[in-house]
Design a protein around this ligand. Structure first.
Ligand SMILES: Cc1cc2nc3c(=O)[nH]c(=O)nc-3n(C[C@H](O)[C@H](O)[C@H](O)COP(=O)(O)OP(=O)(O)OC[C@H]3O[C@@H](n4cnc5c(N)ncnc54)[C@H](O)[C@@H]3O)c2cc1C
Length: 421
């Protein structure tokens, strides 16, 4: 019999195995897939965004789904510990924009292999192609794990690290939720987060701007009364169904929540192409251009001012003949151009499905989890870590950091408890 059984070999389960084995427990790691760390291998654009080097307060701020809960697991194992862990195993990491950390060789496989190497070096028994059917309990504790093939595995401690429901081909199919419910846990409503946003706007349906990327913009979600809910800056892209890219992904959960909260079919978002300038300054800048080159056509005069495809779209929308000399463009039209660049409005009606989302929002309620140990408050010897929990961050390494941190914390505590009992 193993001291600890870990279910799921994503970043949370792999680190839980390491945490448990390095604290003296005999560990069995089960995964239903033929490979471990499949989602980790495709994260961060396939380069594996192992963690984020931001200071603690920034980390927490970037975990909009119950970030404050992470104070305790971070006190056990945080982003700097993750960096030391990998560097200690000879994996050099580099920092990119917004604190994102990647392996220097940009190869996700290196990260997964390193984790696996460490799991094996610590003597963890790994069984892939082994799907868990359920976790069984006595009145107050974990008793055994039942496998889909009929196997029964009695144990003192179980760590559920089965992930969320997003991108199911990586193995994350929501299997852990019913096991948690059976133990008496609450599953908060699941929803897609870090997910592309959909829109029925005629210009989206007509694919007028499809494929156009906008850099360093600000994207705002409004409530039906026109009040700002959230603004995120970064890059975005128009797609054939709506908008995507980092800023849109960050806004997506607020779209999901607002549509539900206000029970409305659509809400408004706004793109600000020039977040560093006021509308008036932009208008003055346009006027100055017209003054400097009065004879130049509008189109030629504004080359490089904003992405050309976007400007051509605006000219058409504002019924501006872009071949006309700049001097003939009215003040009202210059103002309308400046306004459209600062307040480009897009009505959005939802997101892609939870299966297509990068991350699952909702999950096992954190109210029923002991944050210092990740142990269930319902059953002794039951632990949770990673995305199965109602904890989610923006993309940028925050989810993986949570998975490693809660995973290590759960593994360490499970080992200490299993060995002492
Ligand atoms: C394309 C993509 C890009 C991403 N990019 C980023 C990023 O840049 N930054 C970031 O922070 N996050 C990113 N994420 C999210 C991040 O990868 C996840 O939050 C993280 O992998 C969750 O880790 P986990 O260990 O909790 O679960 P998972 O990685 O989902 O692992 C769960 C494991 O459990 C196993 N399992 C499930 N059910 C069973 C069962 N019944 N029996 C046995 N095994 C089972 C599965 O096979 C799987 O291996 C990205 C996600 C995707 C899809």
């Amino acid at each position: 019999m193993h001291d600890v059984i870990v279910i799921g070999g994503g970043p949370a389960g792999l680190m839980a195995s390491i945490g448990a084995a390095s604290h003296g427990a005999s560990v069995l790691l089960l995964d239903k897939g033929d490979r471990l760390g499949r989602k980790l291998a495709i994260s961060g654009g396939g380069r594996c965004n192992v963690t984020n080097r931001s200071p603690l307060d920034v980390l927490i701020a970037n975990i909009p789904g119950n970030g404050r809960f992470m104070h305790s697991p971070f006190s056990v194992f945080n982003n700097e510990d993750i960096i030391q862990f990998f560097e200690g195993l000879g994996i050099e990491l580099k920092e990119e924009d917004r604190g994102r950390m990647f392996p220097v060789n940009d190869k996700a496989a290196t990260v997964v292999e390193t984790l696996l190497g460490q799991v094996k070096a610590l003597g963890v028994e790994i069984r892939t192609n082994t799907a868990v059917r359920s976790v069984e309990y006595t009145e107050d504790a974990v008793s055994q794990v039942l496998l889909k093939d009929g196997g029964q595995l009695p144990t003192k401690a179980v760590i559920i690290a089965t992930g969320g429901k997003s991108v199911p081909h990586t193995g994350s199919t929501g299997d852990g939720y019913p096991w948690a419910e059976k133990a008496g846990h609450t599953i908060t409503e699941l929803y897609p987060t870090e997910v592309p946003i959909t829109s029925d706007e005629p210009f989206i349906k007509a694919k007028s701007l499809q494929g156009l990327s906008l850099r360093d913009i600000e994207l705002t979600v409004f409530n039906p009364k026109g009040k700002k809910i959230i603004t995120h800056e970064g890059d975005m892209i128009f797609t054939h169904f709506g908008i995507s890219g980092p800023a849109a992904l960050r806004c997506s959960q607020f779209v999901v929540k607002a549509l539900k909260k206000f029970d409305t079919p659509s809400i408004r978002m706004e793109i600000d192409l020039f977040p560093q300038q006021s509308e008036e300054a932009l208008f003055q800048q346009l006027l100055a251009k017209a003054k400097q080159e009065p004879k130049k056509s509008l189109k030629n005069n504004l080359k490089g001012f904003a992405p050309e495809r976007f400007l051509l779209f605006l000219y058409e929308r504002l019924q501006l003949d872009s071949q006309l000399p700049s001097s003939t463009v009215s003040h009202d039209h210059w103002r309308a151009l400046a306004h459209s660049c600062k307040h480009f409005s897009i009505e959005v009606n939802g997101t892609l499905s939870i299966e297509k989302a990068f991350v699952t929002g909702g999950g096992v309620s954190i109210k029923e989890i002991e944050p210092k140990t990740m142990q269930s408050r319902k059953k002794n010897g039951l632990y949770f870590c990673g995305e199965v929990l109602d904890i989610h961050g923006y993309t940028g390494g925050y989810n993986i950091t949570c998975a490693f941190s809660t995973g290590y914390t759960a593994g360490k505590s499970a080992a200490e408890q299993a060995i002492h009992n």
